[in-house]
Write a protein that binds this ligand. Structure first.
Ligand code: B12
Length: 182
């Protein structure tokens, strides 16, 4: 069984210990998918912004506005890989800036995007970056097939945090736990 991150009764207003870092950066990525030859599909121009990416951005702004870490600067960066090249090395470089805590969120991952998302997650994990993945694939798999399903267990083995379901009510509660963990 996966252990739940939050309970319904947890409060967002409980005082938090001071973080050891000076800046918190959250990178939200909507991954693309591979074509039949293994190339990442990327369009020259994006015509339809990802709803999930925009919603997550808004929810993240709300957490930032709630000053979950007091005066600690929080930066939110979004990438939609279907319409832009993902600067993986640059993101890894950000995580190495002194005093910076970086988390990568892979957003709105559908089943056909899961192999690409997992490859990205592995690259970030290899650089020691905390990764969290959500979307229909993880939610649907856990709810329809169980958390013992191989894709989910593969994520667990890489210490990737998995979201099942919606986060409108608990995204902010998750941050301190994940960020304090190192
Ligand atoms: C709207 C929609 C579309 C729109 C998208 C419009 C847009 N501008 O984004 C259109 C019509 C373009 C579309 C296209 C496709 N779609 Co569609 N779509 C949907 C639909 C109806 C709603 C998605 C949505 O916006 N939900 C609202 C957002 C806010 O919620 P969410 O995505 O669930 O995200 C929440 C949680 O999952 C979680 N979460 C998600 N990611 C993360 C990440 C982190 C870090 C965290 C903390 C939380 C988190 O938090 C979010 C807020 O609570 C769903 C069905 C459904 N009811 O979910 C299908 C659905 C996602 N689509 C599906 C499919 C198959 C497709 C296509 C592949 C269809 C096709 N053959 O072309 C394409 C792929 C497009 C792409 N590149 O992603 C399937 C996916 C199935 C699967 N196994 O993965 C679904 C589930 C429909 C179905 N039942 O078959 N789709």
């Amino acid at each position: 069984m996966l252990s739940p991150l939050t309970t319904e009764h947890e409060s967002m207003t409980e005082p938090l210990p001071s973080p050891a870092f000076k800046k918190f950066r959250i990178v939200l990525i909507k991954p693309s998918k591979y074509d039949d030859d293994g190339y990442v599909i990327r369009f020259w121009k994006g015509v339809l912004p990802s709803n999930t990416l925009n919603v997550l951005h808004g929810l993240t702004e709300a957490v930032k506005d709630s000053r979950v870490f007091g005066d600690l600067p929080i930066e939110i960066v979004t990438f939609d890989e279907t319409a832009e090249k993902l600067p993986v090395r640059k993101i890894i470089g950000w995580s190495r800036q002194p005093g910076t805590k970086l988390i990568v969120g892979l957003v709105g991952v559908q089943t056909n995007q899961f192999p690409r998302a997992f490859d990205l997650a592995r690259q970030f994990r290899a650089a020691g970056i905390a990764v969290i993945i959500g979307g229909f694939h993880t939610s649907g798999t856990i709810n329809m097939l169980s958390d013992q399903e191989p894709d989910i267990q593969a994520l667990v083995k890489e210490s990737i945090t998995i979201v099942s379901g919606e986060v409108e009510d608990n995204w902010g509660r998750f941050w301190p736990m994940r960020s304090m963990a190192g």
